[in-house]
Ligand binder design. Sequence first.
Ligand code: SAM
Ligand code: SF4
Length: 477
Amino acid sequence: MRMIYKPQEYRIKDERMKPFIDESEIWEILDKAKATKDNVRKIIQKSLDKNRLSLQETAVLLKTEDPELIEEIKQGARELKEKVYGDRIVIFAPLYIGNKCVNNCTYCGFRASNTKQKRTTLNHDQIKGEVTALEDNGQKRLILVYGEHPLYDADFIADSVRTVYDVKSGNGEIRRVNINAAPLDIEGYKKVKAAGIGTYQIFQETYHREAYAKYHLSGKKKDFNWRLTGLDRAQEALIDDVGIGALFGLYDWKYEVLGLLRHVNHFEACYNVGPHTISFPRIKAASDSNIDPEFEVSDADFIRLVAILRLAVPYTGMILTARESKEIREEVIKLGVSQIDAGTNIQLGGYSEDNAKAQKLEQEQFEIGDPRSLAEVIDELLDKKYLPSFCTACYRKGRTGEHFMEFSVPGFIKRFCTQNAILTLAEYLEDYGSVGMKRKGYELIEEKIGELKDIQKIDDLLIRLEKVKNGERDLYY
Ligand code: SAM
Ligand code: SF4
């Protein structure tokens, strides 16, 4: 069922590398869209029937201002999440490797001109220290984050990925390393791929060239097209697991949603596979930054945009980060988020120092809104009957395009995702859970097994669960 990479079916290479964003086209689609009760409801239903929405249909949802219909859009997103993905939430943590940067993105604490920022690049031993602390906390999936600097070239990134995979502390290990770094050239991506990365993530920040120029004052990142085609070069290097994103607050949020969708369309048209994930960070305060509030996205609009994205691309993973507060995260998770970070500390070297320490903006990229520990987040997810998952099975079994399969292959979630979530949660409970959390966690596991019983034999899962309790690890489907 995986959308296969078939080079012979591609359009010519030059066509794929062409910048595909046309601002006037996006504005025209938005301007022409008209929301009526009838068409909004039809579009929501189309998504609930497991269909992707077009740019025009998404524009109709974006143009909807009637509070009753906005509520129906949110309800549709919640329904889609429940119906299709169930209640699993995949957990990861970011690990900042270095904050040197040659660019000047006006919103970011790491920008070259910010003399208040303390610059640090973790060395081999410091990375090991950080990863040990993360593993001792129960993390299994990381995203490594880098500023853009000649020091952080592809060899450096590949080397840091290998260092992370090599660290084993007790029963802990990192099983999937994703990357958020500057766009590379094709040779660079090949080197990083060889180190065994999961997703390569690049946020376009804004899909509007004029706005882009306003915020990206100097350095390589100034080149809009180099960034826009960054993940096409990744595809050329056979990295087909990529993540896109827009930084909300730089330009009109409705335009950016269509920009993201246009990016998805480009991938589907050129490579037969969409991006693995979409991120939608909102700008947060950063050291010495001063962002024009003209395009600030309110909480209500943020919630709306996540719901619309969910309906527009029902089979793409959606990532919500700790930039947002606990309260917003609770609200937005219900709308179809599939991954969140937890136990997040974005201070360079912050995990092995002191996790509870107050945030220091001069050592961080921006301020985070949810500084809770991993245990606190897991505890709350369990209370709310979400199934926290540390699963990395699809990636390791070569099942890329898993969101698509979750969505379209009958029984996929129950056969793979729920069982793997249960096994990885049990590992977490055994190795890192308090007595109270263990009780709560195993109660939820029992409930989930009860739900699986109607559809399949679960003897094998029960055997594996017993094995986890007896100390075996990394048993996955
Ligand atoms: N330096 C690389 C780059 O710019 O692509 C790697 C990642 S950068 C450290 C990660 C992302 O953080 C950026 O792409 C941007 O969207 C986001 N970011 C930067 N400043 C931010 C801020 N003040 N608030 C929220 N997110 C921010
Ligand atoms: Fe550097 Fe990335 Fe920050 Fe821009 S967003 S200043 S490239 S770290």
